[in-house]
Design a protein around this ligand. Sequence first.
Ligand code: NAI
Length: 357
Amino acid sequence: MSNLSITSVDVNTFPEFDTHKRVLRIEDSASGLLAFISIHNTNRGPAIGGTRYWHYQKEEDALRDSLRLSRAMTYKCAIAEVSFGGAKGVILAPKDGEGDKDAILTAYAKALAELGEPFYTGEDVGLNEHDIQILEQHSNTIVGRPKVGGLPARWAALSVFYAMEGALAMQTGSASFEGKKIAIKGLGGVGIDLCALLEKTGAKLIGADIVPERIERALKNHPTIEIVDSAIIHTIESDIYSPCAMGNEFNKDTIPNLKTKIICGAANNQLTTQEDGQALFEAGILYVPDYVANAGGLISVADELHPLGYSQERVESDIKRIRNTVEKIIETSIRDSIPTGEVADALAEERFQKTYD
Ligand code: NAI
């Protein structure tokens, strides 16, 4: 017997999130599932976005995360020119060692068919390939499937790489990485693939992580990488600083200590507030908006839904276009003297505020 309940959440008490199309609270008492699915905007097409599996102190924190992340997905879809709208799933994971993750994911996957509209979802923080396989067994709206496009990290790394090329070309007149110092914070899925792409270009790599196994793996695969303490990597002199760990990296405390010329990385929500974008602009540091740089992952998972089936060639060429998008954003930022983040947001809004048939 199903113990599933799906209820609409009134988000009027969160004025910053008043533009969401639908916000749903999903509960299944049998498995212990408690989740939020926020659908921000579907003007460009059906809802798409990852599902996060995370232990939150308060239910409201999870709701806020789903609201914030789903809105960002709408911007990312529009910038990446994929025909989807932004959404996000957030599952409130039990404390470590408690609960049955497979049962929770099974209940979540079954609930996806009950939303009344498609929500294409896949890996985000806290989900791995095994988890995607569980979801896939019980839902036909799972993307980033191991036997199709695979986990999106390597595609996010490729888009960061092209975004870096665009930024370098605009700042120095050449997209060459030869001899450039590139500092990467976070040597996880995206960071390690980014190292592999950059190593072939003659760039000098500097890396940091807080997990010793990640550092060992980086040193084994890329023996020339210089490892530094993760607490100070943002203060190292570099041509490009690439945040590939967690968000909220730049604020009034960290920005004055930066000694880089370009910021371009995969981590979501790098700026703590919009004012931080202005501060970077005033400091003469070229910031490539996070959701522009990391859109490769989305491009790959969205391609799994292409009517003609997944094409790696198409994914690669769509990701390559990010370099042009970055150059266009920087050009406008210089011309109009406004931070790159604001230029990207305006471009995205222009695209998703139109209604598509
Ligand atoms: P991951 O979890 O595989 O790697 C993150 C790495 O950062 C881990 O090795 C972790 O130990 C390290 N880390 C965490 N805190 C740190 C700190 N304070 N200092 C140094 N290292 C630290 O995650 P993944 O997939 O590589 O993603 C990286 C970032 O990019 C995340 O913010 C993610 O949300 C974002 N992103 C990932 C995409 C993907 O397809 N995987 C797509 C778009 C964005």
